[in-house]
Design a protein. Structure first.
Lengths: 170, 87
């Protein structure tokens, strides 16, 4: 079983090179491993998705609020300019905040569930995203009863499958 | 003197062989070539490797213990103390 192949002994081994790189970077390798363990943990990923979802949802809500919803135009134009601006900004803030909350919850639940499923299965493939999408869709539609939950599951799972497929094979 | 150096070399060889087998086994079981999209280990692979190494070590320890027990029983049944060479 032993091999007497010493042709690569003059080159530094992978371990040596990695160690040197880590040493030059200034971070203790144990600390670097602890950092990477933290950033790859499920709660951290979930919180990151929460933050990213909040930001994205805020932007989305701000854009969507530009579409006119329920302003009574006669009454609106009679107000002073300052009042109009104030009301518009308040409406924009409300819509963007509500959209941000929604997106944040969706992102956190999806990311957390996907991470947990992947940890359990110890595999990295497309079925993690599909299952997590189904659970997220069902959880979001929980108030609507079983049929709504089923539809939500199917819809979100299909959406997640499409995005994952594009990212993996596109 | 010669015996001790030889034993040390043998121990180093066994250690190196153990490590080689461990890495080869767990790499083939956990890292699927279908998804070589970036160099970092993703969560599933990291978890799989953790479990694989743990199981490998546990198997090795268990078999060593069992082999020692069985060997010890055999030696005792042949009327010899442990550590004696067979004449």
């Amino acid at each position: 079983m032993s091999t007497n192949d010493t042709t690569n002994d003059t080159q530094p081994s992978d371990f040596q090179r990695g160690f040197d790189a880590a040493a030059q970077g200034g971070m203790d390798p144990m600390m670097a491993m602890a950092m990477s363990q933290l950033t790859e943990s499920c709660p951290f990923k979930s919180v990151m998705a929460l933050g990213a979802g909040f930001a994205l949802g805020g932007l989305f809500g701000m854009f969507m609020s530009s579409m006119d919803t329920t302003t009574n135009m006669d009454e609106f134009t009679k107000k002073s300019t300052k009042e109009q601006i104030r009301l518009t900004l308040k409406d924009m803030g409300q819509r963007s905040y509500s959209s941000a909350k929604n997106f944040a919850v969706v992102g956190a639940v999806f990311s957390g569930t996907e991470c947990v499923i992947e940890t359990y299965r110890a595999k990295n493939d497309i079925y993690n995203g599909i299952s997590a999408g189904c659970i997220t869709g069902a959880a979001l539609a929980a108030k609507g009863g079983p049929v709504a939950m089923g539809t939500g599951c199917a819809g979100f799972a299909a959406f997640s499958a499409a995005i994952d497929y594009y990212m993996r094979h596109g | 003197m010669n015996g001790a150096a030889w034993e040390q070399e043998l121990a180093a060889e066994v250690e190196s062989d153990f490590r080689k087998r461990l890495i080869a086994n767990c790499h083939s079981k956990c890292i699927s070539p279908a998804y070589f999209q970036d160099g970092e280990l993703n969560k599933g692979e990291a978890v799989c490797l953790d479990r694989c190494v743990h199981k490998f070590m546990a198997t090795n320890t268990l078999i060593q213990k069992t082999a020692n027990d069985v060997g010890g029983n055999m030696m005792r049944s042949m009327g010899m103390e442990e550590g004696q060479q067979q004449q």
